[in-house]
Design a protein around this ligand. Structure first.
Ligand code: FAD
Ligand code: FES
Length: 258
């Protein structure tokens, strides 16, 4: 069930110059959040930022009743959020959207491909898959090592592979050029820049591997009312906020072939 809540910021971590993480809690039980679901946060104290900003849930600690957001500073809203510190409040609507399918059978294999801020939802996903005994390969990409804001957090949940355009860490090149990408998997999940996700989806379709993509279209209402986040799918127009953000590529040929 969707909830609107004033969370407290329990912890703030700066991750290089472009990213930061906020650990949020409200002292009570949180609604369950599936991997790939997102929240809409209110940016207070800025006249330029009227609409809530959609942010994926990066991590969930059910015992402590906390969730973590990983945020990239790109514009006025995220710059304002970056000014928040421990003890400040953040008004959040959650959980929103339709997340990743995580009910894979034990001993199956999954590849999780993330780029930039698209890495955010993959940590929660990798934890859930690990708990189901799914063997995960986590392949993270960025232009440089500094633009891959979190890495080591993934280590307990699978095999971690890195690709950077400039070779500053891991394989030099794109994620789809990393040797781990062309191995065989039962399932591929991806979130990140659209050209990266389309390349991943095209390859998965060619290889007959089931694949889900998490789209990051611009959003306003976040609940399917304003139609500003619509994407074209093989089944017609769909709201990314309500029908997604995660879509199975079996309905996305039009999108990834464009
Ligand atoms: C479902 C969903 C989950 C998301 N999860 C995360 C997350 O976990 N961490 C994170 O850092 N970001 C995430 N984003 C992207 C985030 O919502 C935007 O970066 C943010 O709204 C930008 O707000 P702003 O006011 O700082 O920038 P604005 O001033 O609104 O825009 C600044 C620049 O960023 C671009 N931009 C704005 N929104 C998006 C977007 N959705 N996708 C691509 N470019 C955009 C604009 O075109 C512009 O060039 C997510 C987006 C969606 C739809
Ligand atoms: S953001 Fe309003 S319909 Fe999706």
């Amino acid at each position: 069930m969707k909830e609107i809540h004033n969370f407290s910021i329990l912890e703030r971590r700066q991750l290089g110059s472009r990213y930061f993480a906020l650990v949020l809690g409200h002292g009570g039980r949180m609604q369950p959040v599936a991997p790939g679901q997102f929240v809409e946060v209110l940016v207070e104290g800025s006249r330029d930022v009227m609409l809530r900003r959609p942010i994926s849930v990066h991590d969930v600690d059910e015992e402590k009743g906390t969730m973590t957001l990983l945020i990239q500073i790109v514009g006025n809203g995220t710059r304002k959020l970056a000014e928040l510190g421990v003890g400040d409040k953040l008004n959040v609507v959650y959980p929103l959207g339709h997340g990743f399918t995580s009910d894979l059978r034990p001993q199956t294999s999954a590849l999780l491909v993330g780029g930039g801020a698209g890495i955010a939802p993959l940590l929660h996903l990798s934890k859930v898959l690990k708990a189901k005994s799914v063997s995960c390969t986590i392949l993270l990409g960025g232009r440089t090592a500094e633009l891959i804001p979190v890495r080591d957090e993934f280590n307990p949940y699978g095999r971690l592979c890195i690709a950077t355009d400039d070779g500053s860490m891991g394989h030099k090149g794109l994620v789809v050029e990393h040797p781990a990408f062309s191995e065989s998997y039962d399932m591929i999940y991806t979130c990140g820049p659209t050209p990266m996700m389309k390349a991943v989806a095209r390859s998965a379709a060619e290889r007959g591997i089931r694949c889900e993509v998490s789209l990051e279209n611009m959003m306003a209402c976040g609940v399917g009312a304003c139609l500003c986040c619509v994407t074209d799918t093989d089944d017609g127009h769909r709201c990314v906020c309500k029908d997604g953000p995660v879509f199975d590529i079996s309905t996305m040929r039009k999108w990834y072939e464009k």
